[in-house]
Design a protein around this ligand. Structure first.
Ligand SMILES: NC(=O)c1ccc[n+]([C@@H]2O[C@H](COP(=O)([O-])OP(=O)(O)OC[C@H]3O[C@@H](n4cnc5c(N)ncnc54)[C@H](O)[C@@H]3O)[C@@H](O)[C@H]2O)c1
Ligand SMILES: O=c1ccn([C@@H]2O[C@H](COP(=O)(O)OP(=O)(O)O[C@H]3O[C@H](CO)[C@H](O)[C@H](O)[C@H]3O)[C@@H](O)[C@H]2O)c(=O)[nH]1
Length: 325
């Protein structure tokens, strides 16, 4: 696995270990952190671009399946520094896939994003909808999707592409979660505002074409995302064909609904004000979830906004406390 020291990759390491898999992790620790549970993996510090290292890991562990989480994830940064995104996400993936093909890897699972849909239609968006990303981050991911489809067409490997919607929450057993010095996503920023370690939250837009005027997203618990990877891995290993799948719950919550639920869960106030809508941002992005359950033996266990918020809050408080002490 690449990116196994990051937020979603780390959670997937836990799911794989819980299911008894032998896991190799390749991570350059640029944004990820090594945790105690990584001692149960074969951990390599390095970049996915390093083909000699990747080939060596594949050969030494007879690796048949690769899950590729490594990448850069900040949409705003991708606009100001697009070359970083094409280098780390697209070139890195190209080099990795080439080394995997050379090493005889059969199955390749890739972390893509709902950002490939761009201005999603005003209804749940399906895997066959048009993809016109609005930023270099989305393009860097879409190019990798295309690369995988073209390579798979030669028969070199099979792919599983997950287009994640808004991944949030932390491990229910508090073994892992997301902690960024400066959160970039709504839930992380709202919690930091609530804790008083960041300024009040700015809500981007209050008269969008949504029921309450604020942006609507499909939030999915990171533990469900991780478990879905185990199911997709089993599916491919048991002979399933290449797939491109939305990974969301198919339910949307507005920014105000998220803030109100966070206030209910924590019994604390979230200071916020309104600002301009983010340029080009889709008002509502919700997954059409027809395809995935028809294929995989996966059913969500944590599809509850309050649980997502409670685990995210508990984790962020624990991290903030550790940092202070
Ligand atoms: N967080 C989300 O809501 C979200 C949504 C859609 C898609 N994704 C995708 O999921 C994947 C994981 O995201 P995350 O939220 O866990 O991010 P993250 O930053 O926590 O994890 C990324 C990991 O990859 C490592 N990494 C980065 N570049 C590398 C390289 N060149 N070689 C080796 N390791 C490298 C980092 O050190 C980190 O551990 C990313 O590919 C991201 O684009 C995330
Ligand atoms: O400070 C903030 C941050 C966000 N929002 C709003 O909250 C909602 C969620 O925004 P996030 O920034 O948390 O997430 P995005 O939907 O913009 O994007 C995320 O989900 C995408 C998939 O849909 C991609 O995966 C992308 O990588 C990831 O950042 C949006 O309506 C946004 O306008 C605010 O109002 N204020």
């Amino acid at each position: 696995m690449t990116g196994g020291a990051g937020y979603i990759g780390g959670q997937t390491v836990l799911s794989l270990l819980d299911c008894g898999y032998d896991v190799c992790v390749l991570d350059d620790l640029s944004t990820g952190m090594r945790h105690e549970f990584h001692d149960q993996t074969h951990f390599y510090e390095g970049r996915v671009h390093d083909q000699a290292l990747v080939k060596d890991i594949i050969a030494s562990h007879s690796i048949r399946s690769v899950l590729h989480f490594a990448g850069s994830i900040k949409v705003d940064e991708s606009v100001s520094n697009p070359l970083k995104y094409y280098e780390n996400n697209t070139e890195g993936s190209r080099a990795l896939v080439e080394a995997c093909v050379a090493g005889g890897v059969a199955d390749f699972i890739f972390s893509s994003t709902a950002a490939v849909y761009g201005t999603a239609p005003n209804r749940p968006v399906s895997e066959d909808d048009e993809t016109i990303p609005l930023n270099p981050y989305g393009w860097s991911k879409l190019f990798t999707e295309r690369l995988l489809e073209d390579v798979a067409a030669t028969g070199a490997l099979k792919y599983g592409i997950f287009r994640y919607f808004n991944v949030a929450g932390a491990d229910p057993a508090m073994r892992h979660g997301q902690y960024l010095e400066q959160p970039v996503h709504l839930i992380g920023r709202s919690i930091d505002a609530l804790l008083g370690i960041a300024p009040p939250l700015t809500i981007f837009g209050q008269d969008l074409p949504t029921p309450d005027g604020t942006g609507v997203r499909d939030y999915i618990h990171v533990a469900d995302v991780a478990d879905a990877h185990v199911s997709l891995l089993e599916y491919l290993q048991l002979g399933g064909t290449s797939q491109r799948l939305n990974l969301g719950y198919g339910t949307g919550y507005s920014v105000l609904e998220v803030i109100n639920a966070l206030i209910e869960v924590t019994k604390r106030d979230v200071p916020f004000g309104y600002g301009e809508a983010r340029a080009g941002e889709a008002p509502s992005v919700i997954a059409d979830t027809t395809r995935l359950p028809a294929l995989l033996d996966w059913r969500p266990k944590h599809d509850n906004l309050r649980e997502i918020l409670q685990t995210a809050f508990d984790w962020q408080v624990e991290q903030a406390t550790k940092k202070r002490s």
